[in-house]
Design a protein around this ligand. Structure first.
Ligand code: BTN
Length: 252
């Protein structure tokens, strides 16, 4: 990555940018920095290649040298961080690449139904570490249901421009008040039936809305209304048809 072509913002100033050619995980590096007393809000750790990247629920996140945008940044813990981050990614993809992306609640960003970006939020001491893995210039992806900016637009994209744009959009979304209204506009679940994998098993139902705390609200198969916060849902699948107990179904 050409470090000189990444712009800072008032929170993410360039003196707090750390670039690495190769790292096990930008997320782990950010954690170490906080533990050492160096890392504070505004630090951004970027790697051209990450060989032990982590995803949500202990999944592996692999990336190839120079093709993905791989970074972690440190912020204060404020409400709705996961929604603010997801919204900032979709807005960046729209503004910078002309792509209409959707938020597959809670933390996946999809274009034409295929995953283009994953987000991992963790805490260390009293700070949040937000890890973002965006597929940018890949022409072939190992995962079946994945895509990249280049695949969607047909042209190579600048990782530096996308990172600069994301940081400035995220900074303005940190203090935006109507965040949930904006998030709802990009949701991929509108008018859909969903299947939510939780720690206690699978719950299916009709998507109703997102609540003001970022929770997904559904009408379950048994007719009750239930809400799940981002951390409570391991995976969420869209279903293409209403579910009636005992009927066949298809995943959307
Ligand atoms: C997911 O979809 O499960 C989240 C994936 C998050 C991957 C990013 S890449 C940068 C940062 N470093 C990591 O080790 N993970 C996150």
């Amino acid at each position: 990555m050409d470090v000189d072509r990444v712009y800072g913002s008032s929170l993410f100033t360039k003196d707090k940018f750390l670039f690495y050619e190769r790292l096990p995980s930008t997320q782990d590096r950010a954690k170490e920095l906080i533990k050492n007393g160096v890392g504070r809000p505004g630090y951004v750790i970027v790697a051209d290649e990450q060989y032990r990247g982590r995803g949500r629920f202990r999944r592996v996140w692999s990336s190839r040298m120079g093709e993905s945008l791989i970074f972690s940044f440190i912020t204060e813990k404020i409400p709705l961080l996961s929604m603010r981050t997801a919204l900032s990614v979709t807005e960046t993809l729209e503004e910078e690449c002309g792509l209409r992306a959707e938020i597959e609640w809670p933390n996946d960003i999809v274009v034409n139904g295929r995953k283009i970006c994953g987000i991992l939020i963790e805490t260390e001491r009293n700070l949040a570490i937000i890890g973002v893995g965006m597929n940018i210039n890949e022409t072939v992806l190992l995962l079946e249901n994945a895509t990249s900016v280049r695949i969607e637009t047909g042209i190579p994209a600048s990782r530096e421009a996308i990172l600069s744009s994301f940081l400035s959009i995220f900074e303005s979304n940190l203090t935006r008040e109507n965040i949930m209204d904006c998030v709802r506009e990009y949701l991929s679940f509108i008018d859909r039936y969903v299947e939510i994998e939780t720690e206690n098993g699978i719950v299916r139902g009709e998507f109703i809305n997102l609540g003001e705390d970022g929770e997904i609200i559904i009408r379950t198969e048994s007719g009750t209304i239930a809400g799940f916060l981002p951390g409570e849902a391991e995976r969420v699948h869209k279903l293409s048809a209403p579910l009636l107990a005992g009927t066949d179904r298809q995943r959307g």
